[in-house]
Design a protein around this ligand. Structure first.
Ligand code: DX5
Ligand code: ZN
Length: 221
């Protein structure tokens, strides 16, 4: 069942020189999850932060840390991110040959497990693991950078996943990441998403705009 719309600001668009304060500000502005993008310059063509920074941010918000790992190999780092304070750990279906093992690793550490699908990845990679997941993340841009344009073909994938998730009868988050704006949020929610990642759309206009930016996205119908 589709849950009420939640907003996960991606701190990739925050001021990295003031990251702790930015996390605090988006928390106060109404963020439901704090979306943290981890990139390795190998699986995706960009580098961001590691577990030490996630750990340093932990004290700045009690909201769930939604850690999106864009790294390969991913298994050797799952434990580090769990100990750093991640609540949800999302890995890419494309990041390794043993997706089932990776999901079990996350669950064994007591964390919520998510799997992300790149724009070209079909949903059938989830056929035998959906029952073990707490979140499915549809990439609506090619991962690596904030500020890219939404890829409209992903709406059909969101619709198909909504049906598959509903068939399980479990409350699995259907999260969409990349190019989310007030222009497309209604269509994304209508297709079945219940968590919207928003980097640019949260942080534009600076701290005084965060609460309104989040409220407007959540209100899109
Ligand atoms: C892209 C990241 C996204 C990104 C979204 O690889 O996974 O979370 O920060 O940024 P916007 O919302 O600006 O597209
Ligand atoms: Zn992300």
């Amino acid at each position: 069942m589709q849950q009420s719309t939640r907003i996960a600001p991606s701190i990739l668009s925050a001021d990295f020189a003031r990251l702790g304060e930015e996390v605090r500000l988006v928390d106060q502005a109404g963020a439901d999850y704090i979306h943290i993008d981890i990139m390795d310059g190998h699986f995706v063509p960009n580098l961001t932060i590691g577990p030490a920074v996630v750990k340093a941010l932990r004290g700045h918000s009690a909201k769930p840390f939604d850690v999106h790992l864009m790294i390969a190999p991913v298994d050797p780092f799952i434990g580090d991110f769990a100990r750093a304070g991640a609540d949800i750990i999302t890995v890419h279906a494309e990041s390794g040959p043993h997706l089932h093992r990776t999901i079990q690793l996350i669950r064994d550490l007591g964390k919520r497990a998510g799997v992300s699908l790149n724009p070209a990845t079909p949903i059938d990679v989830l056929d035998y693991v959906l029952g073990d997941l707490d979140l499915v993340l549809v990439m609506s841009v090619n991962p690596g950078f904030g500020g890219q344009s939404f890829i409209a073909s992903q709406l059909e994938k969101i619709r198909a996943l909504r049906r598959r998730i509903d068939e399980t009868g479990r409350a699995i988050d259907l999260e969409v990441d990349g190019g989310i704006s007030e222009e497309n949020a209604a269509a994304v929610i209508e297709a079945g998403a219940d968590v919207l990642v928003a980097g640019t759309a949260t942080f534009f206009g600076g701290p005084t705009a965060y609460a309104d930016n989040i409220r407007r996205l959540r209100a899109c119908r």
